[in-house]
Design a protein around this ligand. Structure first.
Ligand code: PLP
Length: 388
């Protein structure tokens, strides 16, 4: 396959691949099983847990977009993360960030407690903490950048450089940016993980995940484990995700344009005390984001002045932001990490990660930005008019 730009690869994956009828869009293969030519000769596919033509097309597309050697499409983002942890043995050490997605944190801490691997949780924006962790010879180093929900940025290339002379695998959860805005394997990572539930599918109607490996041997190992553990994704989900993927580039453009308008409003608002957005020059990770990302994404979190009364009023005034978990869909969402996405972390872990009870996270959709700005502006004004 000739090299092609991201938008072209995302649109054209599987187009005109049907040799039977010449269907332009690749057909959906729902069959559980595939006949053998004879009992000694399986075809390319035999059983859909092990391999499915529709899921295979999606895996190939993600491999190309992330510049990997192979990928596994999984049933959920958490299945993708579980799959990567299956590479670890009980004596091996995994390093994770203290402010990753709450569900990832829950999985890592509970698997470690059961003895699946050793675990160390660190603040990955602290260079000394990273260096100290590296002296422990970790088998795997897990990054989430930008992180969920505080949009902290970690320098992928710098950590890859430090791990260069070791056997440690560098894994990056790239869910918040998608391969349109960040390609961790080109920056030295070994494995990329996605919750395709978010931007890649983009329409909030599929839960799915993917793991993409730089090295073919690791991709093979992940494929073996995904079949053995039964973590692979369904055919219909893969079909919908491929459909979503075709518009990923244009969606990301509009998501980001809308997010810039929202951030400009938050900056002007006297009701807001703190904004976490890597596109602001005041953000501690701004210069790294400029270097390693092709855009700042469309997630922003902020804190309102005041307390729970202001927060409750702000939420109740919003019309165009649904109060819901998840992110990356065409529709705008608002979430309170402490009681929603990150409630799986205990209060002390949230405090250490800097996730306050008043933190608000927005996933900016692709509606008309004028409606989003007007809606937020109204809710902020009403909330800030309240007595404390
Ligand atoms: N990684 C990140 C950064 C997430 O935000 C999420 C879910 O919110 C996941 C992984 C888990 O994905 P899923 O919900 O598809 O299992």
């Amino acid at each position: 396959m000739a090299n092609r730009y991201t938008a072209t690869a995302a649109v054209r994956q599987g187009i005109e691949s049907d040799t039977q009828h010449g269907a332009v869009v690749p057909p959906l293969y729902l069959s559980t099983n595939y006949s053998f030519s004879d009992h000694l000769s399986p075809r390319a596919f035999d059983y859909s847990r092990s391999g499915n033509p529709t899921r295979c097309l999606l895996a190939e597309a993600l491999t190309e977009l992330e510049h990997g050697a192979g990928a596994v499409v999984t049933a959920t983002g958490m299945a993708a993360i579980t799959l990567v942890t299956s590479l670890l043995t009980p004596e091996q050490l995994l390093i994770i960030p203290h402010d990753c997605y709450g569900g990832s944190y829950r999985l890592f801490t509970h698997l470690a407690a059961k003895g699946h691997f050793q675990l160390k949780v660190i603040d990955q924006t602290d260079a000394a903490a990273i260096d100290a962790a590296l002296t422990l010879q970790p088998a795997m180093f897990w990054l989430e950048t930008p992180s969920n929900p505080l949009l902290r940025i970690v320098d992928i290339a710098a950590i890859a450089h430090k791990l260069k002379e070791t056997d440690s695998l560098l894994v990056v959860d790239n869910t918040f940016l998608s391969p349109v805005l960040q390609q961790p394997l080109l920056l030295g990572a070994d494995i990329v993980v996605h919750s395709t539930t978010k931007y890649i599918n983009g329409h909030s109607d599929v839960v799915g995940g993917a793991v993409i490996a730089k090295d073919a041997a690791i991709a093979d190992k992940l494929n073996w484990w995904s079949n053995t553990l039964g973590l692979t994704g369904g055919a219909f989900d893969s079909y919908l995700t491929l459909r979503g993927l075709r518009t990923l580039s244009v969606r990301m453009r509009q998501h980001q344009e809308n997010c810039q308008a929202v951030v400009a409003l938050l900056q002007q608002s006297t009701a807001v005390s703190q904004i976490h957005f890597p596109g602001l020059s005041s953000h501690p990770g701004h210069s790294i984001a400029v270097r390693q990302q092709q855009g700042f994404g469309a997630m922003v979190s902020f804190e309102l002045k005041g307390g729970q009364a202001q927060l409750t009023r702000f939420l109740s005034e919003l019309k165009f932001f649904s109060l819901a978990e998840s992110l990356g869909g065409v529709e705008s969402l608002v979430a309170i990490p402490a009681t929603m996405t990150h409630r799986a972390m205990d209060p002390e872990a949230r405090r250490l990660a800097g996730i306050s009870d008043n933190l608000i996270r927005l996933s900016i959709g692709i509606e008309d930005p004028r409606d989003l700005v007007a809606d937020l502006s109204h809710a902020l004004a009403v909330a800030s008019g309240l007595e404390e």
